[in-house]
Design a protein around this ligand. Structure first.
Ligand code: FSO
Ligand code: SF4
Length: 557
């Protein structure tokens, strides 16, 4: 097997024997085969689209299927086989539709399909053997150019992150045909042997550009459906009674579950990246049983899930291979899967099995609740909330009360080097504000950093899915100060783990943001030359030590 799409990749050299995330070689080959058939579907979709045929459902399918191949989303070989068969069925159905349309319209028959669009499964071989013949390693160029290979992987991995966001927006009824079209275009370019290094750099940055649009769309989808987030205090202690825990990023599935658990005497808790759901006014107003947050970041789920005395639903990444002791109370929805776990299919899953499981389990006892010291955290500092107090922020900067802003955001993970981010936040001087987002915040989210005037020094902007909010805050401040984002007293110190972070990084580079500090390690898929190019054009740099990086950021102020 070959996979190097995430930060956890074995020794920074790619996973070759077994995924450090727990992904088996079999699942990896099925993911490669799925990506291969999606690359073969892409030119067919593009031709159908050019003829004016309706391909929107197929676009949404391609996005969901590609999303499933992201790190820690789906480990179930059967689900990948189903996606592969569906992709091939859709491809053939579309080809037939195109032929019929051309005949009806008396159009001269199209160019022959590229070889990849004619790929057929071999009924005598297992899918995983066929997958090993379509490995992503084969994207290497015939002249073995490591930089073009690196940029192809950067494009594909960024695309995986972007389609995850597009899938969330689609579920809520929001899409942009430009994003859909670009997804197919980029997938089909992966097999174009004629692109130069410059073309690949441009394509990777275009992923960033279209990802910005996708993030905007998702922001619109969330805020128009659930209202603009408002600063909200969220209990970290449970209350007594039956309980359901919802993990992942998907607000829509959380809302469906809240609706189905209305008046059932069950308390719903968020886990991981769903913490910011508490900031949405419509969810809070409609569902008082959405109560608190339980546990910390994804890599601690083995302990958190085992201890939780109720049912658990995982709506997106990051799912870890579950332990036997809690797998019978764990359910998955959407693109998420693991063989042996209960999967609830459909756009509006039926959560009755989850509810029954929660009722069968003990829930939190009054005694346990009584023993706990009350704790809470604040969330909901999305762009609307922060920019609504822009006047206060600007006055505080002008009077010298606020010296600098740090965006300390991104993913968490198991590597020891990630303590850097906790130490960094602890060392941020008292006249500076820390904005944070995504699951990396769980290293410091419950620290009381105090306030500057009425402004909390630590503000949770939201999930990684809310990167649009962080960008809007930076752009809004730049506009208010009448400077470019790079001239603001703002430094970005980012942690990455999986492919959504790759998409967001490409978006920041597309916006021309300089001096981003990235850690805990530099992506294995960036070749030395590509990394040198990013360092030269964007001053992208690896993190060093909290003290040295802080000093360098403040020297810029
Ligand atoms: Fe974290 Fe996982 Fe949200 Fe990622 S839970 S690591 S970038 O999936 O998406 O931040
Ligand atoms: Fe390895 Fe990450 Fe790929 Fe899993 S997703 S196989 S940990 S590189």
């Amino acid at each position: 097997m070959f996979c190097e799409q995430c930060e956890q990749t074995a020794s920074g050299q790619g996973c070759h024997q077994w995924g450090a995330c727990g992904k088996s070689p079999e699942v990896n080959t099925l993911q490669d085969l799925l990506v291969y058939v999606l690359r073969g579907l892409a030119p067919v979709v593009l031709r159908a689209e050019a003829l004016g045929l309706d391909v929107r459902e197929t676009h949404a399918f391609s996005c969901e299927a590609l999303f499933a191949t992201m790190t820690n989303v789906n480990f179930d070989p059967d689900r990948f086989a189903a996606y592969i068969y569906q992709a091939l069925d859709r491809r053939e159905a579309l080809k037939a539709k195109i032929a019929r349309h051309e005949a009806q319209e008396n159009l001269s028959s199209s160019q022959p399909w590229p070889t990849i669009a004619n790929y057929q499964l071999d009924p005598l071989q297992t899918l995983s053997i066929q997958g090993s013949n379509t490995s992503l390693e084969l994207l290497a160029t015939s002249d073995n150019n490591p930089d073009i290979f690196s940029l192809k992987l950067t494009t594909l991995y960024g695309l995986k992150g972007m389609v995850a966001y597009a899938s969330h927006a689609w579920e809520l009824g929001y899409w942009d045909d430009r994003v859909f079209h670009f997804t197919q275009e980029a997938l089909s370019q992966l097999d174009n042997p004629h692109l130069s290094m410059e073309d690949w750099v441009a394509l990777a940055l275009q992923v960033g550009e279209l990802n910005l649009r996708t993030l905007e769309l998702l922001d619109q989808a969330h805020t128009s459906t659930y209202g603009h987030p408002v600063p909200t205090s969220v209990p970290l202690n449970p209350r007594s009674g039956k309980a359901i825990l919802v993990s992942g990023h998907d607000i829509k599935y959380l809302a469906i579950l809240l609706e189905q658990t209305r008046d059932q005497n069950i308390t719903v808790y968020t886990h991981g990246e769903l913490l910011p759901a508490h900031g949405y006014p419509k969810l809070k107003a409609d569902y008082p049983h959405l109560y608190g947050h339980y546990g910390t970041a994804w890599q601690n789920q083995i302990h958190d899930f085992a201890k939780f005395p109720g049912a658990i639903v995982v709506t997106t990444n990051c799912l870890m291979p579950p332990h036997g002791e809690y797998s019978d109370k764990l359910f998955t929805v959407g693109a998420v899967g693991y063989r042996g776990l209960s999967y609830l299919p459909g756009e509006t899953p039926d959560f009755s099995g989850v509810i029954q499981k929660a009722l069968d389990l003990p829930g939190f006892s009054e005694e346990l609740v009584r023993q706990e010291t009350p704790r809470s955290v604040l969330t909901g500092f999305a762009h609307n909330a922060v920019l609504s107090v822009a006047d206060q922020v600007i006055a505080a900067v002008k009077s010298g009360k606020i010296r600098h802003f740090f965006l300390v955001g991104g993913c968490d993970g198991a590597k020891p080097g990630r303590t850097y981010y906790t130490e960094f936040v602890e060392q941020v001087p008292e006249d500076c504000i820390v904005l944070t987002l995504a699951c990396g915040k769980f290293r410091f989210f419950d620290k009381n950093l105090g306030t500057i005037g009425e402004l909390p020094r630590l503000m949770d902007v939201g999930q990684c899915n809310d990167a649009y909010s962080a960008i809007q805050i930076a752009l809004g401040l730049a506009q208010a100060f009448d400077v470019g984002v790079n001239e603001l007293p703002l430094s970005m110190v980012l942690s990455w783990y999986e492919q959504k972070a790759v998409a967001v990084l490409l978006t920041l580079l597309h916006l021309g943001i300089q001096n981003i500090r990235l850690g805990p390690t530099i992506p294995a898929f960036l070749s030395p030359n590509v990394l040198a190019l990013l360092a030269q054009q964007y001053q992208l740099k690896p993190i060093t030590t909290p003290a040295a990086d802080l000093a360098a950021c403040l020297a810029k102020a």
